[in-house]
Design a protein around this ligand. Structure first.
Ligand code: ADP
Length: 627
């Protein structure tokens, strides 16, 4: 049979370069990755075997064997799983099918430490073998195909790999690592057992190693361990989530999380339960400590693996978790679903809906527990990573809106960090205050310095500062908290209601009256830009600001929509002016009235992070006045 040489997909070559140039701080994880692939291969056979028992051929055993050869310096991992055809070996071991691979490559910075972190999240799977090996041989035969259609795949982990057809009586795959000089430590049974114990104990598949025994040396030669030809199972070989909680250590839970999430770091918290009732299932759900690089991709699948009666059914079972909880990782094992359940079927199943509701509630209570802790470090960490995603839930999960609203945290005029809950805010409301005030802007700094806050600052009324992109949208769905309405300070006329005293109210009315002629002139001058011009009491130091009509879309949201290439309804803002301001007082009777009016409007736009429609005209006008 002839050998064919193939090139790796460019992304794989790039990844391999990083892997082999020791980006890994933790080389031993290759054991976890390769054993996990073997376990996936067994899962696939178990699944396909449900409808086609012939795939088992004459060997019903699903298992992994790990062997090493000190003289040849090789370590091999053999499974009796589904195996690979020649074409599958070329496709699956030469390209990365994972969605987002290109994005991922784009995120790499060239800074080794940062990249090592990222790559850990991405999960290099099979290619992790090249951390310790300078050559990998894969021999495989797919279950159900004839013995003369086996395949051998060989690569040194640089630009290309070779493939040839071989004769292989056993189904499944053997991966042989030709270890580098500095990876000799893995040629040791004790070391390997301890790694299996650490990383792969939770795998439901038996992992076997050949027993060794001590043999004294002859003729004064030192003794050594020799293989006995007898194989023993070296892991517990039952899926972690099926064991009683009390038998699982913190470390085992953590390692299991790392194995299923490709995260280097420990999770923030987890919850492991058997749920009984109408639908029966086991859930083991984790909240990660760090957001993955593709968190913002709403198409990103949920991180839930679905099992039915311990048979693996699918990864990324999105029907089991709402989109706004897509950061949750874990396993759900159902006792009721049919084994042949498909993604389409999952969408419609009543059992699935019950599992999803139950799991959503479980995640929310985990978060509530974190939020309740005396020490807020963990909740703050969670919120910094995932708070913005959680907010999507306001519009997505009406049933849990009250619970979600309690979990939200915002920065405010009294706190630079997002640590103010709506309940905290309510507790601090001023006598006579009947709304929760907030402002949205592109950045925290823009929100904090917005002219619209001036009167609130002066009166010491707290305002929530919102700068997440999702805030504006999500607040459409949260009109009130615990009976108190939420009110944007940039919408409608300010009505401070009882917070304003009588003299202030009177002064405002008089100013409005006195300014009537000026307002009419301004309105005429700005009729293309402003819906209305009026006098306001919300400003203290600034001459003017823009607000939207009560029922209008905020300028911030309109801008976001336009940036995203979407149609935003054309609505003109209202210009509000500060009757007390020197610039405004100068306006009337000025020969530059027209230019000043436009400058006033454009500055108000700039102050809230927008851009004048015609920036050059703005600059011309200001310069003309400066000269
Ligand atoms: P992932 O497992 O995340 O898909 P890997 O790089 O680990 O990525 O593996 C790539 C593909 O190679 C797998 O999806 C699978 O199709 C195939 N593969 C790897 N190891 C095995 C194995 N032991 N048996 C069968 N197929 C395997």
């Amino acid at each position: 049979m002839t050998k064919q040489t193939h090139s790796f997909q460019a992304e794989v070559a790039q990844l391999l370069h990083l892997v082999t140039h020791s980006l890994y701080s933790n080389p031993e994880i290759f054991v976890r990755e390769l054993v996990s692939n073997a376990s996936d291969a067994a899962d696939k056979l178990r699944f396909e075997g449900l409808n086609n028992a012939a795939l088992y051929e004459d060997n019903p055993n699903l298992e992994v064997r790990i062997a090493f050869d000190k003289d040849a310096r090789t370590l091999s991992i053999t499974d009796t799983g589904i195996g690979l055809t020649e074409q599958e070996a070329i496709d699956n071991l030469g390209t990365i099918a994972k969605s987002g691979t290109k994005d991922f490559m784009g995120e790499l910075s060239g800074d080794q430490k940062a990249d090592a972190q990222l790559i850990g999240q991405f999960g290099v799977g099979f290619y992790s073998g090249f951390i310790v090996a300078d050559k990998i041989t894969v021999e495989s035969r797919r279950a159900g195909v004839p013995a003369d259609q086996g395949v051998r795949w060989v690569s040194g982990g640089t630009g290309d790999f070779e493939v040839e057809t071989i004769h292989r009586p056993e189904r499944g795959t053997t991966i042989t690592l030709h270890l580098r000089d500095d990876a000799e430590e893995y040629l040791n049974a004790w070391k390997l057992k301890s790694l299996i114990n650490k990383y792969s104990d939770h795998i439901s598949l038996p992992i076997l190693m050949e027993k060794e025994e001590w043999k004294d040396g002859e003729n004064d030669q030192p003794g050594s361990m020799v293989k006995t030809g007898e194989w023993e199972t070296v892991n517990q070989a039952n899926a972690l989530w099926t064991r009683p909680k009390k038998d699982i250590s913190q470390e085992q839970y953590t390692e299991f999380y790392k194995a299923i999430s490709h995260d280097h770091e420990a999770p923030l918290t987890w919850s492991h339960n058997r749920v009984e009732g109408n639908t029966e299932y086991t859930q083991l759900l984790y909240i990660p400590g760090k957001a993955p690089f593709d968190l913002w991709n709403r198409d990103k699948k949920a991180g839930i693996k679905l099992y039915v009666k311990r048979v693996f059914i699918m990864d990324d079972a999105e029907a089991l978790m709402p989109t706004y909880l897509r950061f949750v990782k874990g396993v759900i094992d159902s006792a009721d679903l049919p084994l042949n359940v498909s993604r389409e079927l999952l969408q419609e199943s009543r059992d699935v809906r019950a599992i999803r509701d139950g799991s959503t509630k479980r995640v929310l209570s985990m978060l509530e527990d974190l939020a309740k802790q005396e020490d807020k470090t963990q909740y703050n960490q969670f919120y910094a990573e995932f708070g913005a995603v959680l907010k999507e839930g306001l519009g997505e999960d009406f049933g849990n809106q009250d619970r979600l609203a309690k979990l939200l945290r915002y920065a405010s005029t009294q706190s630079d960090t997002p640590s103010v809950s709506l309940a905290d805010y309510k507790a601090r409301m001023k006598e006579g205050q009947d709304a929760i005030y907030y402002i949205t802007a592109d950045t925290l700094a823009a929100a904090k310095n917005s002219p619209q806050l001036e009167v609130f600052k002066k009166k010491g009324i707290e305002v929530l500062l919102m700068s997440d992109r999702v805030d504006e949208w999500s607040l459409n769905y949260l009109q009130a908290f615990d009976g108190t309405p939420l009110q944007s300070v940039a919408k409608g006329a300010v009505d401070l209601g009882k917070l304003q005293d009588e003299t202030e109210k009177k002064a405002a009315e008089e100013a409005a009256e006195a300014f009537k002629p000026l307002l009419a002139k301004l309105k005429e001058a700005l009729k293309e830009k402003a819906e209305d011009v009026r006098v306001t009491t919300r400003l203290v130091d600034s001459p003017a600001c823009l607000v939207v009509q009560d029922d209008g879309m905020s300028t911030q949201l309109a801008r976001l929509l336009k940036q995203a290439g979407q149609q935003a309804p054309e609505s003109k803002p209202v210009l509000e002016i500060n009757a007390e301001h020197a610039l405004v007082k100068k306006l009337d009777g000025s020969v530059h009235f027209h230019d000043l009016a436009h400058i006033l409007f454009d500055q108000a736009l700039l102050a809230e992070g927008g851009l004048p429609e015609d920036p050059a005209a703005y600059v011309r006008r200001v310069n003309a006045l400066l000269v």
